[in-house]
Design a protein around this ligand. Structure first.
Ligand SMILES: *[C@@H]1O[C@H](CO)[C@@H](O)[C@H](O)[C@H]1NC(C)=O
Ligand SMILES: *[C@@H]1O[C@H](CO)[C@@H](O)[C@H](O)[C@H]1NC(C)=O
Ligand SMILES: *[C@@H]1O[C@H](CO)[C@@H](O)[C@H](O)[C@H]1NC(C)=O
Ligand SMILES: *[C@@H]1O[C@H](CO)[C@@H](O)[C@H](O)[C@H]1NC(C)=O
Ligand SMILES: *[C@@H]1O[C@H](CO)[C@@H](O)[C@H](O)[C@H]1NC(C)=O
Length: 496
């Protein structure tokens, strides 16, 4: 019975509404207000995509004020929360439901009348190293409820006002090419660099089509003037080009201090899932290598999956490594004595990484999974999200569909294969907020869950594990969270 009082509520307003009409014409699909086209889906997948987009649809967000002023935009400092009656007297017990009413106000202290601010909440207790995420309900009238299953001190963070979301929504629709991605082309003594993306604006410059023939994942570069499309050497990041309208940036300066059903909570620093898997603690190298004995572990994805590889790498004494010195990998470690093999490979483009990735290392997860034999001693782990946030959601859904088809084929030929999927996580404030932010990730999180629902796969709920933890939100969760995540994977591998 250790509920004292919710002290601070920070707000995370992650809010969004995607207005893709459900019009699917034959031939290439053109997105509204967008120069991207996509190959059409089968009617079953198109219907599923429609339902997924519907499930992540958020209320309309307010148009930008004209003349520009923050006055009527959501403001954390003025907003309030009230704990609704419940429990016996003032005493609350672990396991009780706690409901909090959150009321949004603007900069001038007037109540907000419309909803659309997405808010995430957590309760935590530092002394007990305890924390849990809350579920938020938008009443569409400026107030929100947050429901918690367990009771510790609370904290909620404002990341973006609903007005700021209006800007983020516009950027993904109109400027999916604001991350500048490039390739170097080279042959003999000639080198040229051109811009690449999932879709390119039509210009006089012809385009090279690198769409993957197996997965259908689109990828294009402007054709170099002197060289051929076959002369592509690598994939590079060329920074960002963010075209903001007047004052839009101001909406991102007003940060405050600070989903689906709950999947677990922290207690004494250890993540405890609610229902399902029992998580064991693999406290030292011998426990970890004992579990990995005889296994082949394939990891695919972005740097957030690479963190798991790095954790295992650091935990296995006496292993041999064949790790590329570059952060982009690929990486491989093995232990002859224990017959352990662990590999990591980065997912295919788009990748906003500072390292030049050779064309030969650009691999789509779906194709990699197709090359895995599978079986009882095989573990396939993947996570893909962080580099895909600046693009239309249809692109992300289709990428996941391709991976799902590969997972289904894998589980069909080798049903005993363990498949583990990492969900996206909060990344907090960062310098690239117009491209990489929590508002995009919160939608991706729902999409990943929806696409892989019902398959014999295990999710590592990075979303809740990062949200519920007292450490600040960061794209790369800090070591205590990584340890908890890897323990979940090892618990699936070695259920004791
Ligand atoms: C915003 O509020 C301030 C202080 O109340 C006021 O001086 C200013 O005129 C307002 N700006 C707009 C555009 O309404
Ligand atoms: C908003 O809606 C909720 C749920 O219907 C209600 O409890 C609350 O009183 C309403 N708030 C206002 C300010 O109308
Ligand atoms: C690119 O290539 C793919 C695969 O061959 C093809 O399906 C698609 O229509 C091409 N896209 C364009 C815009 O030419
Ligand atoms: C692992 O360590 C934690 C805390 O250090 C301890 O509570 C737990 O019992 C240990 N687990 C095992 C299996 O030794
Ligand atoms: C490692 O942890 C296991 C169980 O968690 C324990 O039984 C064993 O004694 C530990 N070994 C070392 C060397 O600490």
């Amino acid at each position: 019975t250790f509920f004292s009082m919710l002290r601070s509520l920070q707000w995370i307003l992650l809010q969004c509404f995607i207005e893709w009409p459900s019009v699917y014409r034959p031939g290439l699909i053109k997105l509204p207000d967008n120069f991207c086209t996509f190959k059409p889906l089968s009617s079953a997948e198109a219907e599923e995509e429609r339902l997924i987009l519907e499930s992540i649809a958020w209320p309309e967000t307010p148009p930008l004020p004209a003349p520009f002023s923050l006055n009527q935009t959501s403001h954390a400092a003025h907003s309030t929360f009230t704990i609704l009656p419940g429990g016996v007297g003032d005493e609350r017990h672990v396991g009780d439901q706690l409901e909090v009413m959150i009321k949004m106000y603007d900069f001038q202290g007037n109540p907000k009348k419309s909803g659309g601010d997405a808010i995430v909440t957590r309760l935590h207790n530092r002394a007990l190293e305890a924390g849990v995420a809350g579920r938020v309900v938008d009443h569409l009238n400026g107030s929100y409820s947050a429901v918690f299953s367990l009771l510790w001190e609370g904290s909620v963070t404002l990341v973006h006002s609903s007005e700021a979301i209006t800007v983020l929504r516009r950027l993904n629709r109109e400027e999916p090419d604001r991350t500048i991605l490039k390739s170097l082309f080279h042959s003999g003594s000639i080198s040229e660099t051109t811009i690449c993306n999932i879709c390119l604006r039509q210009t006089n410059q012809p385009q090279c089509n690198y769409t993957d023939l197996r997965t259908g994942d689109p990828w294009f570069c402007y054709k170099p003037k002197k060289l051929s499309c076959d002369d592509r050497m690598n994939h590079m990041n060329g920074g960002m080009r963010i075209k903001l309208k007047a004052n839009e940036a101001n909406l991102f300066k007003s940060l405050g201090s600070g989903k689906s059903g709950l999947s677990g909570y922290y207690y004494q620093g250890v993540w405890r899932p609610l229902g399902g898997t029992k998580v064991y603690q693999f406290n030292n190298s011998s426990a970890i290598s004992q579990c990995l004995k005889g296994k082949v572990v394939h990891m695919y994805g972005d740097s957030t999956v690479r963190q798991w590889f790095e954790y295992l790498d650091a935990s296995l004494p006496g292993k041999i490594n064949r790790n590329n010195p570059k952060k982009s990998g690929p990486f491989m470690i093995w232990d002859n004595a224990k017959n352990i093999l662990v590999k990591f490979h980065l997912h295919g483009p788009p990748l906003s990484v500072s390292i030049h990735i050779p064309t030969s290392e650009l691999r789509y997860i779906a194709n990699e999974i197709d090359d895995v034999v599978g079986g009882t001693n095989t573990v396939v782990i993947f996570g893909i999200w962080a580099h895909l946030t600046p693009f239309p959601m249809q692109f992300y859904i289709r990428r996941l569909y391709g991976i799902r088809r590969a997972v289904i084929r894998l589980l069909n030929r080798a049903p005993d294969t363990l498949v583990v999927i990492r969900t996206p996580n909060l990344r907090g404030t960062n310098p690239y907020i117009f491209t990489f932010n929590d508002w995009y990730a919160i939608q991706q999180d729902k999409v990943v869950r929806a696409v892989f629902k019902g398959l014999n796969v295990q999710l590592v709920d990075a979303w809740e594990m990062v949200l519920a933890h007292h450490l600040p939100h960061y794209i790369h969760p800090p070591p205590p969270i990584i340890k908890n995540m890897v323990n979940i994977i090892l618990s699936h591998m070695c259920p004791q």
